[in-house]
Design a protein around this ligand. Structure first.
Ligand code: NAP
Length: 322
């Protein structure tokens, strides 16, 4: 496929794990940028990024990485984004777009916005794509193909900067939607954060069983448990930060979940097969609709595109979650 005109001249990536390295790979493969500068916290990761040739330049400090960059994408756990914003704020060039990939958005606005100067544009983003693997070797250029990338621009952000970031993510294969940060956090609490919590919990419960039963859990894991172990293998730091930074929405969804679980407990105790059957029929239909829109696997999707292809992005409605 012929490469497009670069959307950004220089892209800086801070944190080169699964997501950062996938962005670097995809941006270069699609010709979305003229050059990539990368940095990571540890010398070991920086060395690996250089070995894998993921960037044109690998530098030691965050401030050095953002110098002269047109777009900066911070790809580290949510809890580390604020201090990184503090380190880069004074080195940002005029008109630079600063974004991130964090799985929680309200906390990103809270922690990063105070450090970003008026001459730059902070546009938080969340590519809803990933695997349970971590580090620069885990990334791949196709990760974002036909996956959603949610932008949560702050009220008053220059729409041209938002449109540019949208075009960047679309070139990487993503479908882009904008919403306000609080709404994002509520939606993701049920679609992503709660499922991870449930997986961590069920695998933890199994791990605490006495030894004989535990070995049978491993042996017969294909009965459903195996799928939970994949999710529960996700990066502990990343997920600790998600729950610490999306407390309210997760607790709200957890409250509803516990109520529904109590209902199921009662149905089982009362041998109420109809309640169980009706729920399992409804949930099966949800699974079918996910398959229908091509979102059923973590593997890259090279199929049809969904969502809007407008080059203009509409800013979210008046910043109340609906
Ligand atoms: P990852 O593979 O573990 O990479 C994390 C990167 O962040 C590494 O470069 C690491 O540096 C760096 N880092 C970790 N803690 C840091 C700290 N305290 N200060 C500075 N740098 C630090 O993680 P990832 O999966 O790419 O996740 C990165 C972000 O993407 C997270 O905010 C996550 O919420 C979001 N996200 C993840 C997924 C997913 O499925 N994994 C999906 C969508 C969004 P070293 O290598 O030097 O230690």
């Amino acid at each position: 496929m012929p490469k497009s005109e670069p959307i950004f001249d220089r892209l800086a990536i801070i944190g080169v794990g699964l997501i950062g390295s996938s962005i670097a790979r995809a941006a270069r493969a699609k010709g979305a940028v003229s050059s990539v500068v990368a940095t990571a916290r540890s010398a070991e990761t920086r060395k690996r990024v250089a070995e894998l040739e993921l960037a044109d330049r690998v530098v030691q400090t965050n401030a050095e990485a953002v110098k002269d960059a047109d777009c900066v994408i911070v790809c580290v756990p949510v809890g580390a984004c604020g201090s990184i914003a503090g380190e880069i704020g004074s080195s940002l060039k005029k008109g630079a777009i600063v974004s991130d990939v964090g799985s929680v958005k309200g906390a990103i606005v809270r922690d990063m916005a105070p450090h970003i100067p008026k001459h730059a544009h902070l546009i938080p983003a969340h590519p809803v794509a990933g695997t349970e693997h971590s580090g620069p070797d885990a990334g791949f250029a196709e990760l974002f193909e036909n996956r959603w990338c949610i932008l949560t621009p702050i009220e008053g952000t220059d729409p041209r900067a938002v449109a540019k970031l949208k075009a960047f993510w679309e070139l990487l294969g993503a479908n882009v939607e904008a919403m306000d940060a609080a709404h994002h956090d509520l939606v993701l609490a049920i679609t992503s954060h709660l499922p991870h919590l449930i997986a961590y919990n069920i695998v933890g419960t199994a791990a605490d069983l006495e030894m004989g039963t535990r070995s049978e859990v491993i042996k017969f894991s294909a009965g459903g448990f195996r799928d939970f172990t994949r999710i529960a293998a996700s990066d502990p730091t990343m997920w600790r930060d998600v729950f610490l930074n999306n407390k309210e929405a997760v607790l709200e969804m957890l409250g509803r979940f516990n109520e529904d679980l109590a209902g199921l407990t009662k149905a089982i105790r009362n041998s109420d097969g109809q309640t169980l059957f009706e729920l399992f029929t409804r949930t099966r239909a949800i699974r079918r609709s996910i398959i229908d829109i091509g979102q059923e696997t973590a593997e890259p999707d090279f199929g049809r595109r969904h969502g809007s292809s407008d080059s203009e992005i509409s800013l979210p409605r008046p910043y109340a979650s609906d």
